[in-house]
Design a binder for this molecule. Structure first.
Ligand SMILES: [Zn+2]
Length: 72
């Protein structure tokens, strides 16, 4: 009789709006989400990216309208 116990590690990646701080889950899996997939996931959920010069910010769909003029 054989037994084996595995510890399963799960990586959860969320995108956080820089304005309202709301979180949206992008991925839940055995490997962390890479940069491209994080960006694509955020875009898929309607997030907008804004380069402030100092920082790269992201905003959820709800917060987007007030930033459309400066949208990258
Ligand atoms: Zn927001």
């Amino acid at each position: 009789m054989a037994f084996r116990t595995d510890e399963i590690t799960t990586f959860r990646t969320v995108v956080i709006c820089d304005s309202c701080k709301s979180e949206r889950e992008l991925s839940l899996g055995k490997t962390p989400l890479g940069f491209d997939n994080r960006m694509n996931g955020a875009i898929h959920f309607g997030y907008t990216f804004l380069n402030t010069g100092k920082q790269f910010m992201n905003y959820c769909e709800k917060c987007k309208p007030q930033f459309t003029d400066e949208q990258v």
